[in-house]
Design a protein around this ligand. Structure first.
Ligand SMILES: NC(=O)c1ccc[n+]([C@@H]2O[C@H](COP(=O)([O-])OP(=O)(O)OC[C@H]3O[C@@H](n4cnc5c(N)ncnc54)[C@H](OP(=O)(O)O)[C@@H]3O)[C@@H](O)[C@H]2O)c1
Length: 244
């Protein structure tokens, strides 16, 4: 597939970064955020995964087992029977369009080069959802060099995905937690594992926070999500405080 049109970062991105920072500060004091972070529960949400490989499969399974109806999707939904069976009675599989139509919220868990085409094919439908959780990462050395360069020019993956999915209510989350560790880290004994989240839409952040808590992690609002590995919430806050 083609790479996104190259574009230089501009004033709009600076404003958007400022908006994300402002949302971060506002969220710290927001009663909605406080409620979402301390009180998981409520009606189940229908969840679509776009991408049902290692990470999408593991996350979708956690959500299905937490009581949310999940539709896994990929370009080959007929290959997802084993995943659906393992995820339990609340799981099913469909095409990407079917999953988006089914869902209240969407998890985007595809190789980063696929995001542009998904935006072109489904951008309008995705923009109508209150939350698109963006788990997809551009990875240097794995993804095309011009795409990596373009993402850097946008100011990072959060801003790049926002360009590829205009109008979507995006929250980045789970970007640095390996799929193989998700089941054992969910609801672990003692202090929970922190999940850095970033976005500029308070409602989307609140929904994401609720969902993350329901599968046994602790959301930690961050302007960016560059933290690799497994950390407690306090460790994430300390590391984030040192980031420029
Ligand atoms: N693996 C991890 O531990 C991990 C952790 C954090 C974040 N991530 C990020 O999550 C994303 C997925 O990683 P992964 O390891 O799960 O990859 P993966 O195992 O290769 O799975 C990728 C999934 O995306 C689907 N897909 C690919 N292109 C698509 C398209 N155009 N439309 C719809 N579905 C498409 C694939 O199915 P079809 O080919 O059948 O369409 C497959 O289900 C990456 O961006 C990665 O950086 C991964």
């Amino acid at each position: 597939m083609s790479s996104p049109q190259l574009a230089q970062p501009g004033r709009r991105d600076a404003l958007r970064l400022a908006a994300i920072a402002a949302a971060y500060l506002a969220m710290a004091a927001s009663p909605i955020a406080a409620a979402a972070q301390t009180a998981p529960g409520g009606a189940p949400l229908k969840i679509a995964t776009i991408g049902a490989g290692r990470e999408g499969g593991a996350l979708g399974t956690l959500f299905a087992k937490a009581g949310h109806p999940v539709m896994f999707s990929s370009r080959h939904p007929e290959q997802l029977n084993d995943l659906v069976a393992a995820a339990g009675p609340l799981a099913k599989a469909g095409t990407v369009a079917e999953a988006i139509a089914f869902a209240d919220v969407v998890l985007l868990v595809v190789p980063y080069p696929a995001v542009e085409q998904i935006g072109k094919d489904h951008g309008k439908a995705l923009a109508a959802k209150p939350l698109v959780m963006d788990i997809s990462n551009p990875i240097a050395g794995r993804d095309p060099e011009d795409l990596i360069k373009w993402v850097e020019q946008q100011g990072g993956a959060a801003l790049a995905t926002a360009k590829l999915l205009p109008g979507a209510h995006l929250v980045r989350a789970f970007n640095a937690i390996n799929y193989a560790k998700l089941p054992e880290l969910a609801h672990r004994q003692g202090e929970p594992v922190g999940v850095p989240i970033a976005g500029d839409d308070q409602n989307a952040l609140a929904i994401a926070s609720r969902l993350i808590k329901e599968i046994g992690f602790e959301p930690v609002l961050n302007v960016r999500t560059p933290l690799a590995g497994v950390h407690t919430p306090d460790e994430i806050r300390q590391i984030a405080a040192t980031l420029k």
